[in-house]
Structures are given as structure tokens and as C-alpha cells.
Design a protein around this ligand. Structure first.
Ligand code: PAF
Length: 284
């Protein structure tokens, strides 16, 4: 496995793989890798001849300086894991390498970015779009892999790929959960033991939503789940939504959309966690 820190070397690696007729798969990450990331790496290895993983804690997608400062950084461990999984190249640039000048690109994703994460984390998706577009330009992958835990991010990146006709196939991969249902996330490491013990409450409520969608009205089910979080002393709910899985706009009725997911963002102590679950899926 090669470790590359400059853009030029990263492009050279990818192009030289492609000159040998190899398909290149790409998994963008911010490090602090867990089984969720590794599931993306496995899928890339299955579907491509060469797999590149980027590790870059992207400062411009954090709208909270403390969150950026506390974001876990475990590069040595990440490199060991990726080597043993069979990754071919890791691109781990510095901030100066990615952003020699202050980035000024401005993306617009319409209504997709005005709800949920886009609403509560202003500028977040512009920062994500800037870094992902730059990484695509540098690495020129055939396929790129994103976890469905950040479902809104996946929809927005697909939109960017469509808007700019980028020559990359974006592949969404299912959420990987801990045995008690907590969605795997690098931020889980920041939970105190007592918080971690309570964290499965999030998944329990998503499963409750899944079991009651269609039985209760959208309004009653949403109110019930909000009430449960309000009554729990350890959680501070930021949003809970039932939304169209394509437009990401909230639904008022279970018949409003063919595909509906429940989305949540909640603070457990100081740690902000997000998750989502399919409530209704109509295959065409
Ligand atoms: O999902 C993430 O870890 C990040 O948002 C990404 C896609 C690596 C961009 O920094």
C-alpha cells in the first residue's frame, strides 16, 4: 500500500493504474476508521481493481470550531487497518496541500441543502462539495463509495455529479451498526461510557418509527418520538423528520412519497449524532 501526501503524486498513481486498464474505486474519509468505513473499502475492493482511500479532516465542512478540534485523529491505526484490508493507496494530504489558497467555490443544491444538516450546519455541504469535487479531480476514480449514515450527503454528492456531469459512479452503502444498533461513527469514540450505554435509544426510536409508520399519522408518530427524546434527560434533539428519500423534503402523509426515511440529529452529552432508517421503499 502506498501512502501519498501530494496531489501530483496522487493523480499520477491513479492515472498509472488506469493506464494498465484497471478500474479505480475511491473511498473518501476523514479518518478515525471503523467497520462502517471498512465496509465501503470492502465493496470498492470487490468492484474495482485498485482502491484508493483519502484521509483528510476537512476544516471547511465544520461549522463548529470545537467539533473540528475534537474530531478524532488516528492516522497510524487507520493506515494499519487499510494495509491489512488490501487498500492500494492512501491519500492523506495536509490542509495546505488541499487548500493552497482559501477556497472560494460556491455550490448550490437548492432545497436539498435547506433541510436537516444543511439547515442546522450552514456551509457544511458547500465544504463537503468543495473537498469531494477536488478529490474527484485529483484521483479521477471510476466509482466512489459513501455511507448511507450521511444520507443527505450522499444525495447532495449525487446531485453535484449530475450537475457537473462528473465521470464517476457514486455508490451508497448501507449503515453499519454496533450490536446494540448504534450507527457506527467516528464521533462515537467521544462518548463517555455512561453515554455510550444509552446511545442505542436513538436506534430503538428509529425502529419504533419503522414499526408504526402507516399505523399512526405522520404528525402523531413524529410528536411521540419528539416527546420520548424530550423526556430523556441525556438527549437533546436537534431534529427528527420523516422525509422523501429523493427530495429530502418532509412529508405530511405516508402517501406523499414512494420512498420515505426517518432522519434524526441529536446531542448525547456534547456529541452530535445522526442516523436514519428506511420507512417506506417502493421499488420501480
Ligand atoms: O463523510 C465524510 O467522512 C466526509 O464528509 C467526506 C465525504 C470524507 C468529505 O470530507
Amino acid at each position: 500500500m502506498q501512502l501519498v501526501t501530494t496531489r501530483a503524486e496522487a493523480t499520477q498513481f491513479s492515472l498509472s493504474e488506469q493506464s494498465l486498464g484497471k478500474k479505480v474505486g475511491f473511498v473518501p474519509t476523514m479518518g478515525a476508521l471503523h467497520q462502517g468505513h471498512l465496509s465501503l473499502v470492502h465493496q470498492s475492493i470487490r468492484q474495482n481493481d485498485s482502491t484508493i482511500v483519502s484521509i483528510f479532516v476537512n476544516p471547511i465542512q465544520f461549522n463548529n470550531a470545537d467539533d473540528l478540534k475534537k474530531y478524532p485523529r488516528t492516522l497510524d491505526n487507520d493506515l494499519e487497518l487499510l494495509e491489512s484490508e488490501g487498500c492500494n493507496m492512501v491519500f492523506a494530504p495536509s490542509v495546505e496541500e488541499m487548500y493552497p489558497q482559501v477556497p472560494t467555490e460556491s455550490y448550490s443544491f437548492g432545497l436539498l441543502e435547506q433541510v436537516m444538516e444543511g439547515f442546522y450546519r450552514p456551509g457544511h455541504f458547500n465544504g463537503v462539495a468543495i473537498v469531494v469535487r477536488r478529490l474527484f479531480d485529483i484521483l479521477r476514480p471510476h466509482r466512489a463509495y459513501f455511507g448511507e449514515k450521511d444520507y443527505q450527503q450522499l444525495v447532495i454528492i449525487r446531485k453535484m455529479v449530475e450537475q457537473f456531469q462528473l465521470p464517476v459512479e457514486t455508490i451508497g452503502c448501507p449503515i453499519v451498526r454496533e450490536p446494540d444498533g448504534l450507527a457506527m461513527s467516528s464521533r462515537n469514540r467521544r462518548l463517555a461510557a455512561s453515554e455510550r450505554a444509552q446511545a442505542s435509544f436513538i436506534y430503538q426510536n428509529l425502529v419504533f418509527a419503522q414499526g408504526n409508520a402507516g399505523k399512526l399519522t405522520v404528525k402523531d408518530l413524529k410528536n411521540e418520538i419528539i416527546r420520548r427524546f424530550q423526556n430523556h434527560p441525556s438527549f437533546r434533539l436537534e431534529y427528527f423528520e420523516f422525509s422523501d428519500s429523493s427530495s429530502l423534503q418532509p412529508v405530511d402523509d405516508w402517501n406523499d412519497a414512494a420512498n420515505i426515511r426517518a432522519f434524526i440529529a441529536v446531542y448525547l452529552g456534547e456529541v452530535r449524532l445522526i442516523d436514519n432508517i428506511v420507512l417506506k421503499e417502493t421499488r420501480v
